[in-house]
Design a protein around this ligand. Structure first.
Ligand code: ATR
Length: 280
């Protein structure tokens, strides 16, 4: 028998380091309350992924959201993972099984669902900016949805390595002026509060009719996204990706349909004061 077994409420948490600014507790608590689902959801600062995962399993946790910097290490701590997690090389969600943690990646799914609100992308051309863990998820998701993907990155070697791994195209920043894309997804930390705010994109890069997403959500309206909006592009904020990856987590844990509007409102309310979700 397990060392500890929660009785009235199931235990869930987001683990990361640091994790104090995570919006997941606001989103998940609102969802559990709306569904009348007997669960608590904590934010736990965990220094070591392997120790944290082992300990929380023994304490009886039912499911965890896993965030930076633990997504790669979590993959190795699961007794089984799905194909998406394996392809992306990262686990952002775990669920308790009798033999240990089962892992999934819902980040790529969140990106796909957020983008698909603007229309299907099968056969469309897509550019992913960046070559880190977030980029891997977005590239995988776009390819699953049938887009023709190119990657660009500040360090070409890293971008080329990612492109090779996923059998997609690489384009240097300098060459972007001669190319045009239907979809563009920004996955770097550029534009995040406290980070540089401009990417070396050629003048006239954004064109009306493009669908442009930034996975940064602090601030929600990055310079990148505002420039896209002002050029007449369809825009998708990082809040949508966060919402859809969270809905997929909740549905996998509980088997219930996630309350989209409740979770969206909770995220919007938890954003920094002064953020306007509509970007006015
Ligand atoms: P994550 O796993 O969160 O995606 P990461 O692995 O640190 O984070 O990757 C960060 C990405 O942001 C990389 O693509 C990085 O480019 P490099 O590979 O050249 O380092 C990109 N990035 C970070 N700061 C940047 C900047 N100021 N300008 C352009 N790209 C930047």
């Amino acid at each position: 028998m397990d060392a500890v077994r929660p009785v009235h409420e199931q235990l869930y948490a987001v683990i990361g380091h640091p994790v104090g600014h995570s919006l997941s507790p606001a989103m998940m608590r609102a969802a559990f309350a709306h569904l009348g689902y007997p669960a608590v959801y904590l934010a736990l600062d965990v220094a070591s992924a392997s120790e944290g995962l082992d300990l929380l399993y023994r304490v009886g946790f039912q499911g965890l959201s896993v965030t930076i910097p633990h997504k790669e290490a979590a993959l190795g701590r699961c007794v089984s993972v799905d194909e998406g997690a394996r392809a992306v090389g990262a686990v952002n969600t775990v669920r308790r099984t009798a033999s240990g943690w089962e892992g999934r990646n819902t980040d790529w799914l969140g990106a796909v669902r957020a983008l698909q609100r603007k229309g299907p992308f099968k056969g469309r051309t897509a550019l992913v900016i960046g070559a880190g863990g977030a980029a891997r998820g977005v590239v995988y998701g776009l390819m699953q949805g049938g887009a023709a993907v190119a990657v660009t990155n500040r360090s070409p070697e890293r971008g080329q390595a990612l492109a090779r791994g996923f059998h997609c195209d690489f384009a240097a920043f300098e060459d972007l002026g001669t190319r045009s894309f239907d979809l563009v997804v920004q996955t770097t930390s550029v534009g995040m509060t406290g980070q540089p705010d401009a990417l070396p994109l050629p003048p006239g890069f954004f064109r009306a009719g493009m669908t442009v997403m930034d996975i940064v959500y602090r601030p929600l309206w990055t310079r990148f996204l505002k420039e896209a909006r002002d050029a007449g592009c369809e825009t998708v904020t990082g809040l949508d990706m966060l919402l859809y990856q969270g809905m997929a987590q909740l549905e996998w844990w509980t088997g219930l349909k996630a309350p989209e509007e409740v979770m969206r409102r909770a995220l919007e309310a938890a954003l920094e004061p002064g953020e306007d979700p509509a970007g006015r």
